[in-house]
Ligand binder design. Structure first.
Ligand code: ADP
Length: 239
């Protein structure tokens, strides 16, 4: 999206919330907060908060949807009506349908679904506060919830946003930056396998800018991955 006329998002190298260009917002992660789920987590990037709950693996009904050789992954992304200042109309819309699919595609390569023939693994992602970069926050939460549910995984999935605002390349866009960016770029990868599972870009970048943002995204995912690992180690240490 293009910037509103006269709106300055970067002044003296500082962003609207005081961050430097390559800074993440404060990140918090916890696991196992939803008692009814097999695995769950909450991830906060500044004022964006995502809760993920995983149910399964469980037998898939109706049976005609079952795959004999593999399990399937289903994802549901939802932004709560109270997650933004202006109440969001409840229920599914085109955006949540797209983001549910995007999340499924970004998570699937990390799962050993071949171990779960005829079954489904269901991932629900609820955005309870939205201030930019909700899909990547939701992906980080989903990844932790899948581990905590004990689903077989080849690697975690770690995600971040990067982009271009006021002509500068930045990391982890908040809401006002997201809505006024020259370009925003959602990125996810399997950090130990070094495999990219999501690249979604809006706006325009030169080839050099794109390559620089790709490097930023990988470096940022490495930082986020370390927080995911720490969160999981604390879980298993306390069990
Ligand atoms: P992402 O949240 O993954 O960056 P978008 O680029 O579609 O996805 O959304 C950018 C931001 O715009 C969201 O994080 C949220 O802060 C805001 N937003 C999205 N949809 C709505 C909505 N229906 N009402 C108010 N704000 C919204």
């Amino acid at each position: 999206m293009s910037a509103k006329k006269g709106l300055k998002l970067i002044v003296d190298g500082k962003r609207v919330d005081g961050r430097k260009l390559e800074d993440l917002r404060p990140v918090e992660m916890r696991v196992d907060l939803v008692a009814s789920a097999n695995g769950s987590s909450q991830v906060r990037f500044g004022n964006t908060v995502a809760v993920a709950a995983v149910h399964g693996p469980r037998e898939l009904y109706p049976r005609f949807l079952q795959e004999q050789e593999t399990g399937i992954l289903r994802c549901k992304y939802n932004m709560a009506p109270f997650s933004v200042d202006d109440r969001k109309s409840p229920g599914p819309d085109r955006r949540s349908t797209e983001l549910s699919k995007v999340m499924r595609l970004a998570l699937e390569p990390a799962l050993t679904l071949e171990d779960y023939s005829k079954a489904t693994v269901d991932v629900f992602v609820e955005i309870i506060q939205a201030d930019g970069s909700t899909r990547v926050t939701g992906l980080n939460a989903a990844s932790l919830a899948l581990v905590s549910a004990g689903i077989g995984m080849r690697d975690l999935v770690t995600a971040c946003s990067v982009g271009k605002i006021d002509g500068h390349l930045v990391v982890d866009l908040n809401g006002i930056e997201d809505n006024n960016s020259e370009s925003d770029f959602a990125f996810a990868m399997m950090p130990t396998k070094k495999k990219i599972t999501l690249m979604q870009m809006d706006g325009e970048l030169t080839k050099e800018e794109f390559m620089k943002l790709l490097k930023f995204a990988k470096e940022t995912c490495e930082k986020i991955y370390q927080i995911q690992v720490k969160t999981l180690k604390e879980k298993y240490r306390s069990e």
